[in-house]
Design a protein around this ligand. Sequence first.
Ligand code: MLC
Ligand code: AMP
Length: 523
Amino acid sequence: MANQNLFATLRAAFPADLERPAVETDTGLVYSWRDLDRATAMVANLLQSLDLPPDPDGMPPRVAVQVDKSVEAMILYLATLRAGFVFLPLNTAYQSGEIEYFVGNARPAVVVCTGRNFPWVSQIAFSAGTRHVFTLGDDRTGSLLERAAHCSDQQVPVNCRADRLAAIVYTSGTTGRSKGAMLSHGNLTSNAVMLKDYWGWQPGDVLIHALPIFHVHGLFVAIHGALLNGSTMLWHGRFDPQRAIADLPRATVFMGVPTLYTRMLAQPALDRAQAGHMRLFISGSAPLLIETFNDWRERTGHTILERYGMSETIMLTSNPYRADARYGGQDERRGGTVGFPLPGVELRVQDEAGNTLPAGAIGGIQVKGPNVFAGYWQMPEKTAEEFTADGFFRTGDVGLQDARGYVTIVGRSKDMIISGGYNVYPAEIEGILNELPGVLESAIVGVPHPDFGEVGVAVVIPRPGAVAPQPQDLLETLRARLANYKIPKHCFVLAELPRNTMGKVQKNLLRERYQDLFRKGAA
Ligand code: MLC
Ligand code: AMP
């Protein structure tokens, strides 16, 4: 049986001429395919030399990584796959309380962090029993590379089966703490191989990589796509709309969350000539407004291809790249929809009683396929809750599939805000606010925002008789405890929350009340 290690599949797709550029960075560095091969071998050898034992139940050791975006951070990801260990990416915005939870929950054998965060991250890691903490800067500094420099640049990718765990991606829950979605080599490989065909990757494609690499979109969809096609990546350390537009004439593929598209549209330099060399613009992770879809077509002549996915499933649906007989030959990218279930993905819409609904009816979206994760890390009861008896995963998204097969997402049954492509869970923030002195209760709701699509607004009710808390103080306290994108963009202190006759907080009324708070010109 061939090796099912994802790295082996990616490596087999490297071009024959390893001296060609694989990555060109916005700081002027060029990495050849040979550089990627050698560097991933060296880091894989370093990880293997640590003699990390598997868990008693056979789970491979985890490598938890909270570092700034860099090519070396990508190399660390690929090396972890290569060595047969489990990659655990962590958003750089996470604060100590959040990191403490992830490290305590996943019990990584290795933690890699930035030099500036080493004092507190290493303390958390060592207290949780992690034996190895390395540093990695975005300027090729740190103990990880220093140690790897002494390792051989030859390494045979660890032989593994498709169901071997490759990555754990934490996604927050509506209640309780974050859950680690366990993705296997088979989940990642099947999705990547299918997308290469579906999105028509072709020789000569060049990808602008401008997304963070600690979530599914930038880490898996973008990187796997380029590597599997032997395509050069133009690597942007952080998204800068001017730089992205300036690179369009050298590129053919761009992937972004909707905020990236609206920020580029705000630049006068974006026009048809500048985008003339491009083949494909892909959007996902959050709803793309029809205005953005239309404005983009008008300004650039390109129709954005919107797709839909999740940490638990990687990519699920996509608008067509070209007419495909399997989908009735449709080639229209329809704004406001997320397209067809991808090849191999079964998708159905069910009501709460578990009846599968006909075309056009709105209900809960459920999915099944080789891309769907095995379950949540050490949370069998949460896993069982999210799967139906016949093995479909409940996405928590609400939508419909029309008679032609196009899927439209109309809402979410999960109480979640998507802000600039990041998920924010109200329960996590409310839980902190409710514990603060002077606070009786609170509610976080998502409202429209011109830049981030949606942002959180906090409504706080003071405890009777206590000194009413000041909104700025509450926000400051949250800032010290949570990743910055989770901080509500506004805080109101009110006398009471609207409730229905059952006593349930009516978040819909709060959303209505504040829906114009950030409308252009109203903020
Ligand atoms: C930054 N800020 C945000 C924010 N990003 N606020 C709300 N939502 C966000 N997403 C705030 C910071 O808190 C800070 O506020 C200020 O903006 C400046 O921070 P920054 O880091 O300099 O911001 P910027 O670089 O402009 O980042 C914006 C962004 C970034 C849109 C480029 O958020 C981003 O890269 N988003 C992409 C997320 C992504 O990759 N999602 C994929 C998930 S995978 P202050 O007050 O502290 O100054 C997934 C599955 C799938 O969903 O289908 O793909
Ligand atoms: P995450 O948990 O970060 O993987 O986020 C997954 C969620 O992002 C999905 O459950 C959807 O709610 C949302 N999402 C992803 N792509 C789209 C899209 N194209 N349109 C609307 N929502 C999306």
